[in-house]
Design a protein around this ligand. Structure first.
Ligand SMILES: [Zn+2]
Length: 253
């Protein structure tokens, strides 16, 4: 069996039979891959905390051609990101990032996506409890952008007329961004967004995570992002981690 050696982040992990664990990894070299870690539960010493959610390190996989599940040969941990488990807002935001990667990354090698996911998880791990929504939103938009779905935010997505930054505009998911007043009549289902909301998304896409939102704005941003993902990325399956991230905070409040 060929051996794949790659940097990897654990995005999903569950126990399998009595002694093993199955993990889903985002790898730098081969996108999302699943691996069986034999004996991972019997002997904690073999992997330590390396197979915990959001851990990152150097993985070696015995790749079975044309099979979904490979065998994990070794995993040498470089960071645990244990801070993500210390706050529910961090955890649900990070789980949403993991869900986007698992669902949309595919098996292609995509170092830029890998580095973005790693950086986004690091930022959320450092996030203050009252800042997790903003940092989650920032991370999701960066991931969306690396996946090739950057929304048009400067000029009309349909006729390319430049629009003023100070104007409230219509965001049309089906058109892939903001649209001018004339085109908004042709693009049903658009949503009015204030100029500040457009500026926030632009900041996030540029990696600037200094945006502050009040609760109502944060909710609107999560809704806009959910609709955008539904229009451009989602398959028929619901985004379950996103739903938890979106509703947990507001129902607990
Ligand atoms: Zn237009």
């Amino acid at each position: 069996m060929p051996l794949l050696a790659t940097e990897a982040i654990v995005l999903h992990a569950f126990d399998y039979l009595e002694s093993s664990r199955i993990i889903r990894l985002l790898t730098r070299e081969a996108g999302v891959q699943s691996a069986l870690a034999r004996g991972a539960r019997k002997s904690r010493g073999r992997y330590g905390t390396a197979l915990d959610l959001f851990a990152e390190g150097s993985a070696q996989l015995y790749v079975k051609p044309n099979r979904e599940l490979h065998n994990l040969a070794s995993f040498e941990i470089s960071r645990t990101r244990g801070e993500l488990a210390e706050d529910i807002g961090r955890f649900t935001a990070a789980s949403t990032i993991a869900e986007l990667a698992l669902r949309f990354a595919g098996e292609a090698d995509n170092p830029q996506l890998y580095d973005t996911i790693a950086d986004v998880l690091d930022r959320i791990a450092r996030s203050a409890p009252e800042r997790t929504i903003e940092d989650g939103l920032a991370g999701c938009w960066r991931v969306v952008s690396v996946l090739g779905f950057t929304p048009e935010l400067s000029s009309c997505a349909l006729c390319h007329t430049p629009l003023r930054d100070s104007d409230d505009t219509t965001f049309s998911h089906s058109s892939g961004g903001i649209v001018c007043p004339a085109c908004s009549k042709l693009a049903p289902g658009g949503r009015r967004i204030p100029s500040a909301a457009r500026a926030a998304i632009r900041h996030w896409l540029e990696g600037d995570d200094s945006v502050h939102l009040i609760d109502a704005e944060a909710r609107s941003h999560q809704r806009l992002l959910r609709e955008f993902l539904g229009a451009h990325l989602a398959d028929d399956r619901p985004l379950r981690a996103f739903a938890v991230w979106e509703h947990e905070r507001w129902s607990a409040a």
